[in-house]
Design a protein around this ligand. Structure first.
Ligand code: SF4
Ligand code: SF4
Length: 132
């Protein structure tokens, strides 16, 4: 779900379909490390420039320049997840992000109604409403 909530209808299709298998940015990790958000960091897969791999729980701010790849998401055993662990639905079926205030950039930047020729357009009801 985008930060532009006035556009997003919270159907949740984007989180269910694309909320996993995404790349992260080192900047995503800064508030999670500063806030001791191990609940989030345990689901982050890290690869360093020297080839080492780690869970986000072992990362410090000084490590950020040495990261070559950040991947979302993994389970507690380090296995790749094929869903977002933070995706929820309210009782009325609306999609909710469990880490909305600190969600990664790839999620904050997801505003498909502002894009053209994107394959996801047909699945986003907010995009369909914007179509001429
Ligand atoms: S598919 Fe569109 S309307 Fe549905 S949650 Fe995602 S951005 Fe919002
Ligand atoms: S972190 Fe939040 S916005 Fe991103 S995929 Fe998961 S539930 Fe959706």
């Amino acid at each position: 779900m985008s930060h532009e909530e006035q556009e997003c209808l919270q159907c949740g299709q984007c989180c269910e379909r694309w909320g996993w298998g995404q790349k992260g940015k080192p900047e995503d990790l800064v508030p999670w490390i500063a806030g001791n958000r191990h609940d989030i960091l345990q689901h982050v897969s890290i690869r360093f420039a020297d080839g080492r791999r780690a869970s986000g729980t072992g990362i410090m701010l000084d490590d950020l320049p040495h990261i070559s790849r950040i991947s979302y998401w993994q389970d507690a055993a380090g296995r790749k997840m094929r869903r977002c662990p933070f995706f929820k639905r309210s009782e009325d079926g609306k999609a909710l992000c469990g880490i909305h205030d600190v969600k990664p950039w790839v999620c904050r930047d997801f505003t498909p109604w502002n894009w053209t020729n994107h394959e996801f357009h047909g699945n986003c009801p907010a995009c369909r409403e914007k179509s001429p």
